[in-house]
Write a protein that binds this ligand. Sequence first.
Ligand code: KIV
Length: 261
Amino acid sequence: MAVSVDRILRWKQTGQPAQPIAVLTAWDVMSAQIVDAAGADIVLVGDSLAMVALGYDTTLPLTLEDMLICARAVRRGVKNALMVVDLPFLSYQTSVEEAIRAAGGMLKAGAQAVKLEGGHEGVVERVRHLVQWGIPVMGHVGLTPQSVNQFGGFRKQGKTQTEADRILAEAKALEQAGAFSIVLEHIPAELARDITKALSIPTIGIGAGAHCDGQVLVTADVLGLSAWQPPFAKVYANLRQQAIEAAQQFCGEVRSGQYPA
Ligand code: KIV
């Protein structure tokens, strides 16, 4: 049965199924088909695709148009998983109206929900409006990569008590505003555990320990396709090296006349 926002919400409220939620990212039709066929519960078209698929150093240069192209491609590859799309930097910050337009465009492209970064009052207000207009929202607190310049790098967040209290308060405010789940990125495991206990909506961790209601990783990291992986990623295959070797074999066979036979 295809996964819905309602099913993700009930997952935590009923404790059924009694297992964590598995989330993977996708950026094109092939990655979407792979992740969906693998049985991921949620496919996230994360703005990490700016770095993974487009070669930027941060997620900041990604445009709404870039994201729409990728979202439409992913839609064509996903059958069962819930499809969530990140709103890129500067597509929701300036006004409620822009946020609704950007998020609505993602739904028209086939997304079932959008994800916004941050938990300060401005973001919380956007979430409240989007939810009122029937657009489901996943929150994202802790290391929010669109604020990389503010953080001075992709650093672990929530290490001091003041920071931890702020992140917990942000997560609660996002829940209050109507978010149906929240990504907790690169924060101490104890903080993620406390947030998970305090909320009635599922938390999805990435570099946030084992106590979250679900886990997400960037698929290019899981498959060993990316040139660099963050310290918390687990790499399950070495496809980058295998792909290089296959391509080298092709080049060699063309040059030696072995291919075509
Ligand atoms: O952009 C992304 O891929 C994300 C996940 C890593 C949570 O936001």
